[in-house]
Design a protein around this ligand. Structure first.
Ligand SMILES: C[S@@+](CC[C@H](N)C(=O)[O-])C[C@H]1O[C@@H](n2cnc3c(N)ncnc32)[C@H](O)[C@@H]1O
Length: 235
């Protein structure tokens, strides 16, 4: 018997942000720290309401489902490149009773950059906990993690931050196509990625300011004081 096989995959559920979520080998086991991203997002949404929520790399759906149990957002989407993960997310939304969310297969935001009949609200919120570990970098990972889907863990061969770089490259086109009044992005990253995140976001800032947009970005810490979240506001 493999003593490192995660118990969450044998009992098929995990608790996240006061709710029980189903998990299986096709999804990442939700991490405790991600609750801090959810908490901060809910706080923001209570102060400045959003019309549309898009969660990129939704996995088991924990982020948007947890948010939607606390704040009303009219239109919501969970996107993932893995159809098997989306099946888990759909089951979780049904079990928890969150109805106003659609789960769609998409490479990052691609589905909303190609011709689509979807019309978004004026205030859009994007959340993401994308894979951010450097490919094959098992050194600092527990043996249990080897049973989790690689597509949920590894973000690229150079830094691990590559998927976020691709996501931020999509943002100018997303703004151009959907023209929100306000776009807010909250994401989780690796604790050693603030430098690369800053330079990526500085490039995005330059591009957006050329197009007449205003952008602010900052980082915030989890409950252990580790800065692992990005907050980006685009007007
Ligand atoms: C780190 S897991 C996070 C899952 C969930 N959001 C959570 O916090 O537990 C990353 C998720 O991103 C998905 N993913 C990987 N590459 C993707 C891509 N190019 N486009 C969309 N989703 C992707 C994976 O399938 C996985 O479900």
């Amino acid at each position: 018997m493999d003593t490192h096989y995660p118990s969450e995959y044998t009992r098929w559920w995990v608790e996240f942000y006061y709710q029980k979520f189903q998990v299986n080998e096709y999804v990442l086991i939700p991490r405790f720290e991600t609750e801090d991203l959810v908490r901060e997002t809910i706080k923001m949404a209570e102060n400045t309401p959003f019309d549309t929520l898009i969660d990129v790399g939704t996995g088991s759906g924990i982020i948007p489902i947890s948010i939607l149990t606390k704040v009303a957002i009219e239109q919501s989407f969970g996107l993932d490149i893995s159809p098997k993960a989306l099946e888990v997310a759909k089951t979780n939304a049904e079990n928890i009773g969150v109805k106003n969310i659609e789960f769609l297969i998409s490479d990052l935001l691609s589905i909303f950059l190609s011709p689509t009949s979807v019309t978004f609200g004026k205030n859009i919120l994007i959340t993401a906990n994308l894979p951010y570990i450097k490919d094959g970098d098992w050194e600092n990972m527990s043996e249990d993690t080897q049973h989790e889907p690689k597509i949920a863990l590894f973000g690229g061969s150079e830094t691990g931050f590559e998927l976020y770089e691709k996501l931020f490259i999509q943002i100018p086109d997303f703004l151009e196509k959907h023209r929100p009044k306000r776009l807010t992005i909250l994401t989780e990253m690796g604790e050693d990625q603030e430098e690369i995140a800053t330079s990526t976001l500085e490039s995005l800032t330059q591009k957006l300011e050329e197009n007449g947009r205003k952008i602010n970005f900052s980082f915030f810490a989890d409950c252990f004081g580790i800065r692992r979240f990005m907050k980006i506001e685009i007007l």
